[in-house]
Write a protein that binds this ligand. Sequence first.
Ligand code: GCV
Length: 663
Amino acid sequence: MSNAKWTQLWLEYHKVEDITKPFAIVIDGFKKENRIIKSLICELKTGLEKMTGAKCTEEEKTTDGAYVVNIRKKEDLAKEGYRISKNGLSINVDSSDENGALYGVFEFLRTIALKKFDENFEKKCVPDNPLRMMDHWDNMDGTIERGYSGNSFFFVNNEIIVDDRTRDYARFLASVGINGVVINNVNVKQCASLMITDRYFDKLKELSDVFADYGISMYMSLNFASPIEIGNMDNCDPLNEDVIAWWKKKCKEVFEALPNLGGFLVKADSEGRPGPFTYGRTQADGANMLADIVKDYGKIIIWRCFVYNCTQDWRDTKTDRARAGYDHFKGQDGQYHDNVILQIKNGPMDFQIREPVSPLLGGLKETNQMLEVQIAQEYTGHQIDLCYLIPMFKEVLEFKTYCQKENDTVADVISGKAFGNKNCGIAAVINTGNDLNWTGNDLAAANFYGFGRLAFDMSLSSEEIAREWTMLTFCADEKTTDVIVDMLLRSREIYEKYTCPLGIGWMVTPQTHYGPSVDGYEYSRWGTYHRADHLGLGVDRSSSGTGYAMQYYKENADMYNDPSTCPEELLLFFHHIPYTWKLKDGRTLIQYIYDTHFAGEEEAEEIAANWKKLEGKVPEGTFNTVSHRFEMQIYNAKEWRDQVNSYFYRKSGIPDEKNRPIY
Ligand code: GCV
């Protein structure tokens, strides 16, 4: 049996300083027996001892000749916020609650790891988003839907696992400020429906306790048809009194057994999942029914807006899946109860490499909203191809919705700044599994880390996050750090260049969602998604097409509606464009497609070659794993380049101006 243990990611705590003075930890105002304070002390001791070699003890009061880390309860700070300062031998970590204190301690440890311990400093930070969540798509048999880093570390053969790895995972989450985790797949099938029965309560309680030790609320995905699946009822109509009574009894059992559970996440009426539509009810009817019941326990219902008809006939040019979210939810704005949050994917389709921002974000003004992004890289390279996604998330957050005059960006909407909501925030479909490095590609951990940091502090730049993660993870020399940061920052555009041009999306192998298949759109048995013919390409979503562009507020609707003002990176998402169309830089559309596909593949080779130069500078295991992933990425990039270029050459009959080989 192998003794190999999973890695500690950015909590590796490399030795950075030799400090001869000891550290004393003084807890001032918090209860030492509090579970989060206990974790905090443990984290502080581990981190300080590993990074500085100094001894670290817990004391009742300040001791002479030692560094003193005062963990102080200060009511002037906002929820979960912290203020840390260092002045000579004295370090203060102030917060009004335990979560804030824990985040402050991790920030202090980060400061040392980033080699800034010698400086005096003062930092204050309050999380931007009330809810900062990771959503698992883990199944109870141990598989992970869209998981690319091994199997689940929560479930094996329909049993729940709680072990040292669970604790390490909770530590990682807390260290980047995550305060909620959904442990199971939104497609709640088979055994997973039984998670809300006493068959699993003991283990779930144990699991939720591990998270609670780190200030994290556990959530579960719920099967809307549970009354039928596990309750022997013949329907799950949300307005049926027997159904409501069943849920009341069920929630009482669940929350008495699992007091740390934060609530439920629900995928309804989508991709075969049951929901209120079956009974002629609205999404609001379904969500509110559950919300009213869990409200008695102070819990919330997170209801996904990924509701669409996956069997839509795509030959009908007025049909448009992109419209579905807004069409289903906008009409009920204001009807959702206070403890319902609508969770909205960043784009109107499904985590493509480039999509416009969903018009529901900010389109809803009287409903709690949460942004859902995906770091699992389902359509963006499966954690084989390098794709640092923080720049994409920044674009989404900074998007001006025009929902009001000021404070109208997506960041304003989801943080509650725009409309004053308390139940709101951001969630990521997580990219971890039981691989020893957690994320398959070691470099994909930058997305895991980066999402948490960004959810906490949306003002951080993509580069700041990339640099911080690289320094913490590798503790390498400046030149090595620069190379890795450069690779990360370029990776999304490189991936975009060799895959789908100008926002068109969906040219991916059906079902697996890795590798090219230009005609492969699987959500329709009829017709291609991209609507390419011998003259042009792209989906007409203007007012004369599907009308999707008109779902935005006027400023954005006008901009998207007209191909001459539509941002070029989204041109083919919104318009059907002739191959001979001149882009702003003077190139024709067809030439742009050829050029970017050649360039994307070349640039992938370039960053792979840069990685090769880091042999000996990063741990050998990491070097080898990432090198192997780059080999696969280059193979993938070549396939994309050749298939996309030859497809459009054959369709258009227009040769490459530069006469490069198009197979
Ligand atoms: C969990 C896409 C994915 C599905 C996923 C779904 C969703 O369709 O391919 O695997 O299901 O999104 O977000 O619910």
